[in-house]
Design a protein around this ligand. Structure first.
Ligand SMILES: [Zn+2]
Length: 209
């Protein structure tokens, strides 16, 4: 389980992170909170028009908007101010912070685990909005499936189960997640004969184990 307060921090406050440039060099930079990044992704499509009143939603801003609504509803349901109508306008970041404060100050393990699960998922989903992910050809070592059918809003599309980005690898079928570099290296050992995941994605081990 990732530390709850760390998750609250990256979701609701600016934070320091290491980014890797295309040339492989690394930089230590301060970035906006994930909630701010999400809100910018929603705004992005509607403010760049230079006076145009027509709002065009791109797929990323639509996804961002859906996620924003989900976070708004969930935080409203769980935060300690629930049921006080005049408090419903409290910003989402503050709702998350007081949800966390209540869980942690009361040493309420169930509540904290619940919160942790939501925060973890939201951070992952926001990261996935902005980062390309790569599909892997190998079947998932947990559920042994290679493909999953997903409705993309228009039709059913066949997707590979194992996918990764720079933070983690995950299975779209059983939702097993390999979080972080060490864990991804471990997955590579299992599925890719010890070759790094970013070697040859999506066309290896078709006939393999
Ligand atoms: Zn799986």
């Amino acid at each position: 389980m990732q530390d709850t307060l760390d998750l609250v921090h990256v979701l609701t406050r600016p934070f320091k992170t290491t980014i890797e440039n295309d040339d492989g060099t690394r930089q230590y930079v301060e970035v906006h909170s994930y909630l701010d990044q999400l809100s910018e992704a929603i705004e992005g499509a509607s403010t760049g028009g230079g006076g145009s009143t027509t709002r065009t939603r791109t797929p990323i801003s639509l996804k961002a908007l859906d996620l924003w609504k989900e976070i708004a509803d969930t935080t409203l349901e769980h935060w300690p101010g629930k049921g006080k109508p005049h408090l419903a306008r409290t910003p989402i970041a503050q709702r998350i912070q007081s949800w966390a404060a209540t869980a942690i100050n009361h040493n309420d393990k169930t509540r904290e685990e619940d919160l942790n699960k939501y925060l973890n998922r939201w951070v992952q989903q926001i990261q996935q909005l902005f980062e390309p992910s790569i599909e892997l050809a190998a079947p998932c070592p947990e559920c042994h499936q290679s493909f999953i059918w997903r409705h993309d809003g228009v039709e059913n599309v066949k997707k590979r189960t194992l996918t990764y980005n720079q933070h983690r690898a995950w299975c779209n079928n059983c939702e097993t997640t390999w979080e972080g570099r060490a864990s991804m290296a471990n997955l590579a050992r299992i599925i890719n004969n010890n070759q790094p995941l970013n070697g040859n994605p999506a066309h290896t081990s078709q006939t393999g184990e």
